[in-house]
Design a protein around this ligand. Structure first.
Ligand code: NAD
Length: 368
């Protein structure tokens, strides 16, 4: 075994130890004298302990998407404005630019990432950059670069600098051969989109780095996230259309059931799992869920305050095929048991909140 011979004794022991994740292996791995990119990995040198700063110093990648700006707001409230840095490759709108630290960061540029982490003494990394399912299918090679090569940069930076790393996964990490109702944390994962494949890769690589290098990797599989400013998913579009025109054309079949969550629950879950003491985490990748509904159930709920809403169905076969391969319901019992996950928003609260947020008062008044 020439490769093994070249390794240190501790590394050999780690590689030869049976199983993964057992305490003796974790101890051996932490003492390995090289890191993924062959940079000396002395966590006590690189990482800034919490007692030194009182608060984590957070970097959010891909922070200008649906979730990053809201997460920055939540984390800044908790840890202080200057302790949370938003980054992206896009130009921030002025309200985001003026609300707290923002910097350019391309996750494909490893040196740029390292410079940001070092210069800002980052201790937590929330990795939001990704090409999501529809965009990824439209540009597979870019999705592969951003979601897979970019993730490798993030993992190496996090391991080398002793960061706590959060990477979200998704219902899209499951596929048609997964159990769908409910989908447990551990089961067959054979997704058929590049997005799903890259997220399974992220889950496995993060867990591997945890066992191999002691990386503090934490991952939640988010369901579909609903917020007022998200991309035109049916479960968001219905609220905008109900208010603007009173008519809604749905591109999924009426009985297509998917797990969903209001954005406030998703962001709070992210903060909660990042703050959870490591000894409470029996796993490193958890499902989280809040509700599960179909278009016809959502329509019925929206029609309670807006009975004049007219709904038609015009099925998009590509979106329907993707939705049909996703979980219908998520089993998140492990998250609830291990670190106390609990959602606040069920379907009725979601509908009331979205309609209020989008200013439905006038239409509701008219309907009454
Ligand atoms: N929104 C959801 O419903 C949902 C559900 C499950 C999981 N997630 C995950 O949560 C994370 C955030 O989702 P989102 O909805 O905010 O995504 P989004 O598509 O809205 O935003 C992604 C961001 O990544 C940035 N990006 C692209 N290439 C980059 C690069 N090379 N370097 C740096 N940034 C780059 C984009 O500019 C964009 O602002 C993603 O990882 C996604 O997979 C989201």
């Amino acid at each position: 075994m020439p490769v093994l011979r070249a390794l240190s004794k501790a590394a050999r022991q780690a590689l030869l130890a049976p199983g993964c994740g057992c305490p003796p292996l974790a101890v051996a791995v932490r003492s390995i004298s090289f890191s993924p990119r062959q940079v000396t990995n002395d966590a006590s040198f690189h990482s800034v302990s919490f007692s030194e700063t009182d608060h984590p110093k957070v970097l959010i990648t891909g922070g200008l998407g649906q979730l990053g700006v809201g997460l920055a707001k939540l984390l800044r409230k908790r840890f202080g404005n200057n302790n949370v840095i938003l980054s992206d490759i896009r130009k921030p709108p002025s309200h985001v630019f003026h609300s707290g630290p923002f910097i350019y960061s391309d996750i494909l540029d490893y040196k740029n990432l390292r410079e940001i982490v070092v210069n800002n003494r980052i201790t937590w990394l929330v990795h939001y950059s990704a090409l999501l399912s529809a965009v990824g299918e439209a540009n597979v090679s870019l999705a592969r670069a951003v979601n897979i090569t970019g993730l490798h940069n993030i993992l190496d930076i996090a391991a080398e600098h002793g960061l706590r790393l959060f990477v979200p996964s998704t219902i899209g990490a499951f596929g048609p051969t997964s159990p769908r109702n409910p989908t447990p944390d551990l089961c067959v994962q054979r997704p058929r989109t590049i997005y799903g494949v890259s997220k399974v890769h992220a889950e496995l690589m993060g867990e591997y780095y945890h066992h191999r290098y002691g990386l503090d990797f934490r991952c939640l599989r988010y369901p579909g996230i609903i917020s007022a400013d998200s991309q035109p998913d049916y479960a968001v579009a219905i609220f905008h259309d109900a208010i603007k025109t009173g008519k809604f054309e749905c591109n999924l079949k009426p009985d297509t059931r998917l797990p969903m969550m209001y954005i406030d629950d998703c962001l709070r879950a992210t903060l909660d799992v990042m703050e959870a003491p490591a000894e409470q985490l029996t796993m490193r990748t958890y499902n989280i869920n809040a509700m599960s509904f179909s278009p016809e159930e959502l329509v019925a709920e929206v029609q309670k305050p807006l009975p004049d809403l007219q709904v038609t169905y015009n099925i998009d076969p590509v979106r329907q095929a993707i939705a049909d391969s996703w979980p219908m319901n998520f089993d998140d019992n492990n998250a609830r048991k291990d670190w106390g996950w609990k959602h606040d928003y069920d379907l009725p609260e979601l509908v009331t909140t979205m309609l209020n947020f989008l200013g439905a008062d006038s239409r509701i008044a008219r309907a009454n």
